[in-house]
Ligand binder design. Sequence first.
Ligand code: GSH
Length: 203
Amino acid sequence: MKLFYSPGATSFSVRIVLHELGLDAGFVRVDLERQEIPPTGQPYADINPMGKVPALALDDGTVLTEGAAILQYLSDLVPGTGLVPAGGTMERYRLMETLNFLSSEIHKGYASIFDAHVPPAYRERLMQDTRAIRHMASLLSPGPYLRGKTFTVADAYLYALLRLAVQAGMDFTPFPGIAAFIERVASRPSVRESAEAEGLAEA
Ligand SMILES: N[C@@H](CCC(=O)N[C@@H](CS)C(=O)NCC(=O)O)C(=O)O
C-alpha cells in the first residue's frame, strides 16, 4: 500500500501509526499547493478528488481517504495492539467519538487560523473561543492519553494537529496537560523516526 502525504500535515499521524503497527508501506509526497505529485506532475485529483492528504492506496487499487477512517483501517489489520479498541465495543465508539471531535471541532474548527485570507478579527475571535480546546484538555485528564492509559490512533492524530497548531502560533501554556501530552508523544520512537523521515523539527 501507499500513503499519500505532505510533510508535517495530518498524514503524519498515519505514518506514526504505520510505524507503531510495524506495517510496510510506500510513501508518496504530494505537492498540495500545486495539487500534483512530483516529479511526474500527475494531478493529485486522480487519487483524491478532494485534493487532501492523507490518502491510502491499497494494493488492489482501492483508495481510502479521511484520516479517521485510514487510521482505523490500518489498526484493524493488526488486532490486539491497543491502537484501536475491538470493533463493536463501546470503547470503539468512544474512540470514533474522539476522532470525529478531533477532525471536526479541532482540525476544521480551527483551520482558518492557517488561512492568510481570513480577516485578523475573525482569527482573533476563533483563538478566543477555547471551548473545543478546553474539551480537548479535559479528555487528556487524567491521561496520559486521550482514551486513558493506552496510546491510540486518536493520540497520533491529536499530536499531528498540535504540531501544526504550535507552528501557527497557538499558545497552550494555559493548558499544561496539552503541553505535557505533546512532549510525551514526541518522545515515542515511532514519532521521532517518523519526524526524521519527513524532515521535521521536533514539536
Ligand atoms: N477531512 C480530511 C481533511 C484532511 C486535510 O485537511 N488535510 C490537509 C493537510 S493537514 C490538506 O490536505 N490540505 C490541502 C488542501 O486543503 O488543499 C481528513 O480528515 O483527512
